[in-house]
Design a protein around this ligand. Structure first.
Ligand code: ATP
Length: 258
């Protein structure tokens, strides 16, 4: 089991941020995670990465029950690509060293690297289409280029779980589709980690994300097969607004019904 959350809650200053979350992610599944602002997505991800602990309930990640595991060791097996990671990267650091730093889960590269590690970093930069700007400082890269470098960085540690936290934010239509096709390729490869794809936009959910978790006000609204969850009835209840669900090229999109 990749994630086994049993009735987890997280309470802060008499505010229940997460309540009775049951969520099981099995090996070989890729999930999308959807929730309105403030529904608890970041809190749940912080918990999965071991930065906060459940107030109640039990959580095991990659087969390690919390309380019995070295969380720093666990974090090395999880790649988490998010806007807050992007903000931490130094603007003058180049893609090659950013990707290499992923091996050591460090921000910045402080150790001597082997030629095999440098070769792997180059392979990943190539795989993610970053070769043409691999020597350009991070601060000069476009949003789409930054995202691809950060995904390559996350893959450097060969994680078993990869969290892509709103990776398409700020991308234009073409950069978005380019990133999504790289994600599809990654998800389909034999050595793919389990991927959790967080988004506000249903049309970004690729067919490979066959499972969906809907979080609403800190609770699991629905979790299961995407085709059973992303229905007009369920999404209308979820958003408290009547919506229609459209399908095109194996992808869905949601439109408000006026
Ligand atoms: N340390 C904390 N103490 C009290 N409340 C908190 C704390 N951290 C988060 N919250 C509250 O918990 C709720 C969920 O926050 P969270 O950041 O997890 O939502 P989110 O789904 O990631 O939102 P967004 O889509 O806007 O990023 C919010 O109401 C937030 O204000």
């Amino acid at each position: 089991m990749i994630i086994d959350a049993q009735k987890i809650s997280w309470v802060r200053a008499d505010h229940t941020v997460l309540q009775n979350i049951d969520w099981q992610v099995r090996e070989g599944e890729h999930w999308s995670l959807i929730g309105l602002n403030g529904s608890g997505k970041s809190t749940l991800l912080k918990m999965i990465n071991g930065y906060i602990w459940p107030t109640s309930g039990s959580l095991a990640v990659l087969g390690n029950p919390f309380g019995t595991v070295d969380l720093r060791e666990l974090r090395r097996k999880i790649g988490w690509v998010s806007a807050s990671l992007s903000e931490k990267i130094r603007v003058d650091e180049c893609p090659e060293s950013i990707v290499l730093s992923g091996k050591f889960a460090s921000i910045g590269l402080y150790v001597r690297t082997s030629s095999a590690e440098r070769e792997r970093a180059h392979d990943l930069l190539h795989k993610l289409g970053c070769t043409s700007f691999e020597n350009r400082p991070f601060g000069l890269l476009s949003q789409g280029e930054k995202q691809r470098v950060l995904i390559a960085r996350a893959l450097m540690a060969a994680p078993r779980l990869l969290i892509l936290d709103e990776p398409c934010n700020g991308l234009d239509l073409f950069a978005r589709e380019r990133l999504l096709s790289l994600v599809a390729e990654l998800a389909g490869s034999p050595e793919a980690p389990t991927i959790i794809f967080v988004t506000h936009h249903v049309d970004e959910i690729l067919p490979c994300f066959a499972h969906t978790l809907l979080l609403k006000a800190g609770t699991v609204y629905k979790a299961g097969a995407a085709r059973e969850v992303l229905t007009p009835e369920i999404m209308t209840d979820f958003y408290d607004r009547r919506v229609t669900v459209l399908q095109q090229n194996g992808r869905l999109s949601i439109a408000l019904t006026f």
